[in-house]
Design a protein around this ligand. Structure first.
Ligand code: ADP
Ligand code: MG
Length: 307
């Protein structure tokens, strides 16, 4: 998953739990990686149009959830943007912005309907030549959920996993206090936080424009795309952090809310099953949803609004 992983496990024999989760993470990478030619995701991506590709129950589960979140977010979150993600990656590697024509030609491949899941036969098919899926905005969330399930099923009631900023806490800390998760300040060096979030049995996931971007001719292009325009999401937000019992949900919703922007993003969060969100705007204002206000400790004084 191209990311460092941190596991904290309170248990009499934590090594076994750690090792089991570690193995599972490699297994998930083998299943869901966009870049490994042998992964099931790649087998589907390289399949001829309309060919039914057999998939594991686990991948079908993740794809089903991805479709639910795409529908719920009206396409702001979409695993079908892979061809567009690739176009931007290839162009940026040459220090170029893709042409309007190339973007316009790629957009029809990104339609949500282009992926068809057949639950009965446990297969999936892509409708058009060139369609691909990319689980980059949901895979780490799913993996965090799976690892916490492993810890719990092996007898731990206190554990914590951090997959490159995608955090999930099982129970509370061994001393009974809630886990504390730092929220990265979008404009400050890595590790400098604008808030600490207290959490127990919750996942905390942030999407932002500040970490992965490329500057071309003085303009920043970040890695979260808007499937309507084909360009990086134009938003008044620097980051969105979502708190949920499900890390998969927090991962998908944080990406979606970032694309939708403050107003629509807030509505989406309120309509969803998640516990709440923290929005950091380009004006350095903070918007907190009611449900999680008591969990947030700001490290500096910000203009802070309850939404
Ligand atoms: P990160 O993984 O960097 O924490 P996200 O969870 O927001 O951030 O996922 C971003 C990744 O997902 C991108 O690198 C790209 O592969 C893919 N992606 C980009 N835009 C979207 C989108 N609107 N919906 C779903 N996936 C996206
Ligand atoms: Mg995400």
């Amino acid at each position: 998953m191209s990311t460092p992983v941190e596991q904290k496990i309170s248990h009499a024999a934590p090594e076994l739990l750690y090792e089991t989760a570690r193995k599972k993470l490699y297994e998930l990478e083998d299943l869901m990686s966009f870049y490994r030619s042998s992964s099931q995701v790649s087998l589907l991506n390289e399949s001829a149009e309309k060919t039914e590709v057999p998939l594991s129950e686990e991948l079908l589960f993740v794809l089903g959830k991805a479709q639910e979140h795409a529908q719920f977010s009206r396409g702001a979150f979409s695993i079908m943007l892979a061809p567009l993600v690739q176009l931007w990656k290839l162009s940026c590697a040459e220090n170029k912005v893709p042409t309007h024509e190339a973007i316009a030609a790629t957009l029809p491949l990104c339609d949500g309907d282009n992926l068809q899941l057949q639950r009965a036969s446990k297969t999936a098919a892509l409708k058009k030549e060139g369609c691909k899926i990319d689980l980059g905005a949901i895979g780490k969330g799913y993996a965090a959920d799976v690892c916490c399930d492993i810890y719990q099923s092996m007898g731990a009631s206190s554990a914590f996993i951090n997959l490159g900023g995608n955090v999930k806490a099982l129970g509370s800390r061994p001393d009974g206090d809630p886990w504390l998760v730092g929220l990265q300040h979008p404009d400050k060096p890595r590790g400098v936080c604008f808030a600490a979030l207290q959490c127990s049995n919750q996942s905390v996931v942030t999407s932002g424009a500040y970490e992965r971007y490329q500057e071309i001719d003085g303009v920043r292009y970040h890695h979260i795309l808007d499937g309507e325009t084909g360009y990086p999401a134009k938003t008044e937000l620097k980051s969105v952090t979502v708190i949920s019992s499900s890390s998969l949900e927090a991962d998908a919703l944080s990406t979606a809310a970032f694309v939708l922007g403050l107003d629509e993003g807030l509505s989406l969060i309120k309509e969803s099953d998640c516990h709440g969100a923290v929005f950091f705007t380009s004006q350095n204002e903070i918007y907190l949803t009611k449900g999680i206000k008591r969990q947030v400790i700001l490290t500096e004084s910000f203009a802070c609004y309850e939404a």
